[in-house]
Design a protein around this ligand. Structure first.
Ligand SMILES: Cc1cc2nc3c(=O)[nH]c(=O)nc-3n(C[C@H](O)[C@H](O)[C@H](O)COP(=O)(O)OP(=O)(O)OC[C@H]3O[C@@H](n4cnc5c(N)ncnc54)[C@H](O)[C@@H]3O)c2cc1C
Length: 432
């Protein structure tokens, strides 16, 4: 196997496969506690790809701990409301979010690509320009006497190089090569029949101007939330939208990739009459330049995230349906938990195992909970009880029943209000 062209990386302590949200946030957390890290990212150039995502208060807290409060406010918008609306246009549920709900930290809605670029820029500033190796695809790993050796395709030179480190963290997302080596028989992610079409476009404010809205039922729904502040001159803000339809999962669909372009003709006819006095679905979609398709997939929970001195993190560890807005948040939190264990136990297998045992059971349960529609499954109850037809939702399902259901979801996803507010920092400032 050829030797690395840049020998200085032989001594890197933490090798991170993947410079997405989880990988970049982990690099910043390593730097915060004085642990050297290098990010090996497959793409040649990191670009602001994706559309909107939400950062829950548990993740926002960690980004604030990393000193990114002002930067986050500059690229995102604080979410104020989360609302489920029946196909008849009437509210099923609405609750405040972020500080308005009593959290000490806000919830942010942001463009995924803007967040990735913010983390990337910050990694370069704080760790130095060599800390992110773009065009470096991790191909395989091998446990060594001192730690781990990662074999990496340097795409520019078109040659294999080897990076040695104490540990390797697979933060390489949905189609993780690190996970594929751990579980060679696992195959592709599992598609359950739902397809998401996503886009963002300028539009007038919806409800509070900082509301997440989901209209529809379990088989067909439309989601909106803004990902920019209102422009006072134009009265517009960037609206993120997601249209979802359900198909027969036994009929094959093209494989899941976050960046597949799609034609609105594939789904828009099904939403043709989704026009309410506060939302015009066909108009919003028609004003969108680029539409992306994502067949919604997940993976069965993995029995372990650690193999030798290698661990999985973020989507590589626990990719889940994006129904609870917690994929990016959990990727960030994973890295904080891992770094706290580095501080406690040193950079090695013991820390990886402690990280795994702290998170794996809860995350495996969350994957399955989200497969069953997560917080949105309450719409299934409404369908069951009244076929989606109601004048007053209280006649169908009492408010306290939904309230306790939502509280349980937040607890399972790690952002129960009182517990989060009372919890000590994951990475204590004494160690930073
Ligand atoms: C291009 C893109 C667009 C996305 N758009 C959305 C969106 O619009 N909405 C949404 O909810 N979620 C989106 N996601 C997923 C979302 O970012 C993740 O679910 C979440 O942030 C968890 O982050 P992660 O770091 O685990 O994975 P990701 O953020 O997916 O990052 C994984 C990174 O690993 C890199 N990588 C993959 N294989 C290798 C390898 N072998 N070696 C080195 N690097 C590798 C990828 O290029 C990527 O940068 C998108 C992901 C990507 C990659």
């Amino acid at each position: 196997m050829p030797l690395p062209s840049a020998g200085r990386f032989l001594a890197m302590t933490v090798l991170i496969a993947g410079g997405g949200i989880g990988g970049m946030a982990l690099a910043l957390s390593c730097h915060q506690v004085g642990v050297p890290a290098v990010v090996l990212e497959s793409v040649r150039e990191i670009k602001p790809l994706g559309v909107g995502i939400n950062l829950q208060p548990n993740a926002v807290r960690e980004l604030y701990e990393l000193g990114l409060a002002d930067e986050l406010a500059a690229i995102g918008i604080e979410a104020e409301e989360w609302a489920l609306v029946g196909r008849n246009g009437r509210d099923v549920w609405s609750e405040p979010r972020g500080t308005g709900a009593g959290y000490r930290w806000p919830q942010f809605s942001v463009h995924r690509g803007e967040l990735q670029m913010l983390l990337y820029r910050t990694v370069l500033e704080r760790l130095g320009p060599d800390a992110v190796r773009t065009g470096h695809r991790v191909v395989s790993y091998e446990t060594t006497a001192d730690g781990v050796a990662a074999t990496v395709l340097d795409r520019s030179a078109d040659e294999m190089v080897v990076f040695d480190g104490d540990v390797l963290v697979g933060a390489d997302g949905l189609h993780s090569a690190v996970r594929a080596q751990m579980y060679p028989d696992e195959g592709a992610p599992i598609w359950g029949g739902a397809v998401l079409w996503r886009g963002s476009t300028l539009g007038p404010p919806i409800r509070t101007g900082a509301s997440f809205t989901l209209v529809g039922n379990l088989e067909q729904r439309f989601v909106t939330y803004p990902i920019s502040q209102l422009d006072p001159t134009t009265g517009m803000q960037l609206q993120n939208w997601i249209a979802e339809l359900t198909f027969d999962p036994s009929v094959e669909r093209r494989s899941s990739d976050w960046n597949t372009r799609a034609d609105e003709g594939e789904f828009l006819p099904a939403f043709e009459d989704w026009v309410f006095d506060w939302l015009d679905v066909p108009a919003l979609v028609a004003s969108t330049d680029e539409v992306f398709e994502y067949p919604m997939v997940d993976r069965d929970p993995a029995p372990a995230w650690v193999d030798g001195n290698v661990a999985l993190l973020g989507d590589a560890a626990h990719v889940m349906y994006p129904v609870g807005s917690n994929g990016a948040s959990q990727a960030i939190v994973d890295g904080r938990v891992l770094v706290a264990r580095f501080v406690e136990l040193g950079v090695g297998r013991a820390a990886l195992l402690a990280y795994e045992s702290e998170l794996i059971d809860d995350m495996s349960a969350l994957v399955l909970r989200n497969r069953a529609s997560g917080p949105v499954s309450i719409l299934g109850v409404v369908e069951e009880r009244c076929g989606g037809e109601f004048d007053d939702i209280n006649d169908v399902i009492p408010r306290d029943e939904i309230e306790s259901f939502m509280a349980k979801y937040k607890e399972a996803a790690g952002f129960a209000i009182d517990a989060l507010n009372a919890a000590p920092p994951i990475v204590s400032s004494a160690t930073a």
